[in-house]
Design a protein around this ligand. Sequence first.
Ligand SMILES: *[C@@H]1O[C@H](CO)[C@@H](O)[C@H](O)[C@H]1NC(C)=O
Ligand SMILES: *[C@@H]1O[C@H](CO)[C@@H](O)[C@H](O)[C@H]1NC(C)=O
Ligand SMILES: [Ca+2]
Ligand SMILES: [Ca+2]
Length: 209
Amino acid sequence: MILFSLFATFPPLFLFVSGGKLPEPEVKIELVYKPFMCSRKSKYGDMLLVHYDGFLESNGTMFHSSRRDGDPVWFTLGIKEVLKGWDKGLKDMCTGERRKITVPPSLAYGKEGKGKIPPSSTLIFEVELMDIRNGPRSHDSFREMDLNDDWKLSRQEVKEYLKKEFQKHGYSPNDTHHEVMVDDIFNNEDEDKDGFISAREFTYQHDEL
Ligand SMILES: *[C@@H]1O[C@H](CO)[C@@H](O)[C@H](O)[C@H]1NC(C)=O
Ligand SMILES: *[C@@H]1O[C@H](CO)[C@@H](O)[C@H](O)[C@H]1NC(C)=O
Ligand SMILES: [Ca+2]
Ligand SMILES: [Ca+2]
C-alpha cells in the first residue's frame, strides 16, 4: 500500500470498517499468457503501461484498441484513474503477461453507458502489461506530511494527513477509522519497524518478490 496514493486504500477500508455491505461485483480474470520470468508484480500505486483491446460482450464488437489506434497507455493502478474493473482486474500481474478480463457494467460504464458503449454493457478487455514503474511519491508530499521537519513520519503525522485528506474529499474525520488506516500503512511502509516512516522508506518502494 502506498502513502501517496492513499485513495487507493480509502474505499476498501471504508467498506471494511463500516461493517461490510453488499458484496462487490467481481471481475473475471483469465490468463492468456504468463511469462516464464516474473520479477515483479503490479500492485496498487504502481504505474502500468498497457496495450489493450476492448470488446462489447454482447456481440463482440471491438470499441477500442490501443494497438490499432495508437500508443500503449500509462496509468496508476488502484487510484480510480481508470475503470474500477481495471483497478481490480490488473493487480498482481507480471510484465509481459496477457490477461482477458470480463468487467460487469457496475465496474465499467454502468447503467448509462458512454459513447460507443451501450447502457449496462459488460466489457471484455484483452490486456498486455508492457511495463511497471514506481508510482509517484514526491519529495514535496513527504515534506508536507513531515510537520516537525525531522525527516521521518510519525503515526501522528500520518494521522493528521489522513484527516486532512478525508476532509478535503468531503468525509468527516473519524478517529477510530484513521487508527485502523494508520496501522495498515505502518504495517506496509515501516520496513524496519522503528515506528516511523523514514524519507527513504517513503521514497523507495520495496519490491515484494
Ligand atoms: C454490436 O452492438 C453495438 C451496440 O449495441 C452496435 O452499435 C453494433 O452495431 C453491434 N455490432 C454488430 C456487428 O452487431
Ligand atoms: C467511526 O468509525 C467507527 C469504526 O470505524 C464506526 O463504528 C463509527 O460509527 C464511526 N463514527 C462516525 C461518527 O462515523
Ligand atoms: Ca516528522
Ligand atoms: Ca522506519
